[in-house]
Design a protein around this ligand. Structure first.
Ligand SMILES: NC(=O)c1ccc[n+]([C@@H]2O[C@H](COP(=O)([O-])OP(=O)(O)OC[C@H]3O[C@@H](n4cnc5c(N)ncnc54)[C@H](OP(=O)(O)O)[C@@H]3O)[C@@H](O)[C@H]2O)c1
Length: 275
């Protein structure tokens, strides 16, 4: 039955063709954005505020930008940026989703990440962290996003950073986490505690990874006009910088990081933060 035999052959050929096309598309998809001549940055919480300003900054510098966000479909500003730049890839990532963190790291095995920016953060409600109305769930949420998630991001992406040229990890802290700082505001206890804990978590990571040439640095962005400040500390907005101003300062600090800065806590203007 030659026609049946022919049919089988054609079906197999079609299947092989489809697989080959899929593989080709995948490899082209990777190659289209990763320019091996340029460094790569991965940013968490990149759909708004300081994270979005980091994306804009590094795109303009010609870096490959791996912009992660909880909800790509509603990240309108990020999607708009994607229309103008080939070197931007948007990936879904809730930093508290341990499985997703691991899957994303596995998806990018073999891709050196020069700079990992742990930017995603939450403040938690204001009332929920005041004595008299403490809410334990808010405490857990704030600690999960601001402390545990950056540690797990580092754990998942250590090899990618180790394989890169720059080998830098930056976590965004806050002056609010400074234990020895002159001013301790009355509100935002959970948030302040989380940033103090983040500082120690990153110093631990820096101590563990320093021998592999990885530099782990904390940077405080100063007061910045983002949703976080507007919603939780509106009285401070008039004194705040724009996200672009803060990021310009932080990027200059990041560019100057060398091994002597490992485990340090710096301000966006390069000064050392007391903690
Ligand atoms: N603004 C300031 O004055 C100031 C001062 C000191 C330190 N900081 C620090 O700067 C960083 C950025 O803050 P911002 O001012 O830009 O705040 P923001 O405007 O509120 O933005 C926070 C970002 O974090 C993301 N995020 C929150 N939870 C997340 C999760 N579970 N997984 C992934 N992404 C998550 C948000 O995503 P969604 O849109 O999905 O919620 C958003 O992209 C934070 O670490 C913050 O503590 C800010």
């Amino acid at each position: 039955m030659p026609s049946e035999f022919l049919n089988v052959c054609l079906r197999r050929l079609f299947l092989c063709g489809s697989i080959a096309t899929a593989l080709l598309t995948l490899s082209i998809g990777q190659a289209a954005w990763i320019d091996p001549q340029q460094p790569t940055v991965l940013i968490t919480g990149s759909n708004r505020g300081i994270g979005l300003a980091f994306v804009e900054h590094y795109l303009a510098e010609g870096w490959n930008v791996l912009a992660t966000t909880r909800s790509p479909s509603s990240a309108d500003d990020l999607q708009r940026l994607g229309e103008g730049w080939d070197n931007l890839v948007i990936e879904q990532l809730d930093v508290t989703d341990e499985d997703r963190v691991k899957t994303l790291a596995a998806d990018y095995i073999g891709t050196p990440i020069d700079l990992l920016i742990n930017n995603a953060g939450i403040y938690g409600g204001t009332k929920e962290q005041n004595l008299g109305s403490l809410d334990p769930q808010t405490f857990h949420d704030v600690m999960a996003v601001n402390v545990l998630a950056p540690m797990q991001m580092i754990e998942a992406f250590t090899e990618h950073v180790a394989a890169s040229r720059h080998k830098k990890i930056v976590s965004i802290t806050s002056g609010a986490g400074s234990v020895s700082g002159d001013q301790v505001s009355t509100g935002g206890a959970f948030y302040s505690i989380s940033k103090a804990a983040l500082n120690m978590a990153m110093r631990k990571a820096g101590a563990a990874l320093g021998e592999r040439g990885i530099m782990v640095v904390l940077i405080a962005p100063g007061l910045v006009t983002t949703d976080m400040l507007r919603q939780n500390r509106p009285n401070l907005v008039p004194r705040a910088n724009s996200p672009a101003e803060s990021v310009a300062g932080m990027a200059a600090v990041i560019a100057r990081i060398d091994a002597s800065h490992n485990k340090q806590i710096m301000n966006y203007n390069g000064s050392i933060v007391a903690w």
